[in-house]
Design a protein around this ligand. Structure first.
Ligand code: M6R
Length: 366
């Protein structure tokens, strides 16, 4: 059942080219320049006119939601809020009729997410589900939705479900942006092409798994890790930190890189590895100077960079290169080495990577 892999987590990381492909299949047609999604097409007017979108989820699904906020605001110009389901359900949020809630959940059974949605639905919000498990409670409660089609995810760490969630959320944003007219035909076609190239680019990253395993061996004894990113890669920094802590039990924090100076920089010393998610984008130069600041304080720098980007060579202790992609789409690729880093670190420490202590695959009690 593990298909020759030592663990489900590794199998599921390696299934990502297929998971993303399956998620795109039958929906995105790069040649024709179309994205077909029943759940969107049937409610297009309602979605186009949404005054506000609220994305609700927990854990990794919340990280997918955070990235979707950046993408939806950029492409559709609709205000988006991202909420932890556990907070949203208790804090008496302002919900207006006409608000659209996007629920993100792999299992479709997370108790906090489910109750948050029930409350919002009772107050007149429209619920759109982005769910992996077909027929799950959240899928049934949703008034419309798009399944992620990632296949069963058994490892407690969410990996392929995350990249499939992002794929669906990107398709929604691209489709809606074009329908609204906030995205030009050229940009629309450009993003469609970029998305269609993602499975092969993830495969490229997987081919360098051996070098990431070596890095995991080198850094496995660290007590803490910092993950920094900006813009579209900020949610990936958070996700990298979450993966590492749940699988290797190393304390890790994700931060927007510029926040470093507002506190976390006090932690930097010789023993602290700092991972920069620094693929080429608008913020690249700023991340380069942040990395120099870490080095000046003797921290260790690991940089995830775009291939052929040589700028980090003289700064970083270690470099992980990933294929080039549009900056908006790049997170789908830059997260993969961080999943591998977490996996191999847990493995090096002899831990149960598929069933980390104290965690359940789906949190059905609050
Ligand atoms: O099934 P869900 O997507 O609703 O689960 C949400 C979180 O419990 C889940 O993503 C959790 O954070 C994972 N263990 C992360 O790897």
């Amino acid at each position: 059942e593990k298909g020759g892999y030592e663990h489900f987590m590794l199998k599921e990381i390696f299934e990502q080219p297929t998971a993303v492909f399956d998620c795109l299949r039958g929906r995105l047609d790069a040649k024709k320049g179309t994205i077909t999604m029943g759940g969107i097409d049937q409610h297009l007017d309602l979605l186009k006119e949404a005054k506000r979108i609220i994305i609700v989820g927990c854990g990794t699904s919340w990280h997918a939601g955070l990235l979707a906020e950046y993408v939806l605001e950029e492409l559709c110009r609709i205000p988006v809020e991202v909420e932890y389901a556990s907070e949203f359900r208790y804090r008496n949020p302002v919900i207006n009729k006409g608000d659209v809630i996007i629920a993100v959940s792999q299992s479709g059974e997370t108790a906090d997410t489910l109750v948050a949605l029930e409350n919002a639905k009772n107050q007149g919000a429209f619920i759109f589900g982005v769910v992996n498990v077909v027929g799950s409670s959240i899928a049934r409660l949703s008034q419309a939705g798009a399944y992620t089609h990632a296949g069963p995810e058994i490892g407690v760490a969410s990996t392929k479900a995350f990249t499939a969630q992002l794929t669906v959320l990107y398709m929604i944003a691209i489709k809606l942006g074009y329908a609204k007219g906030t995205l030009t035909k050229d940009r629309y076609q450009h993003y469609i092409n970029e998305l269609s190239l993602v499975p092969d680019k993830i495969l490229d990253v997987l081919n360098s798994a051996g070098s990431i395993e070596k890095l995991a061996g080198k850094y496995q004894h660290a007590r803490d890790f910092l993950f920094l990113g900006r813009g579209y890669n900020f949610p990936i920094a958070l996700e990298g930190a979450l993966k590492l802590k749940e699988i290797s039990y190393i304390h890790a924090e994700g931060y927007p890189a510029a926040e470093m100076k507002h506190g976390p920089i006090a932690l930097v010393e010789e023993t602290l590895p700092v991972v920069f998610v620094a693929t080429r984008d608008l913020y690249h130069e700023k991340l380069v100077s942040n990395a120099r600041e870490i080095k000046a304080r003797k921290g260790m720098v690991l940089a995830v960079v775009t291939e052929n980007d040589t700028v980090f060579e003289e700064i970083a202790d270690d470099i992980i290169a990933v294929p080039a992609a549009d900056e908006l789409i790049a997170p789908l690729i830059s997260v993969v080495p961080l999943q591998l880093l977490a996996y191999y670190t847990g493995l090096a420490k002899g831990l149960d990577v598929d069933k980390p202590r104290n965690l359940a695959k789906s949190v059905t009690v609050e």
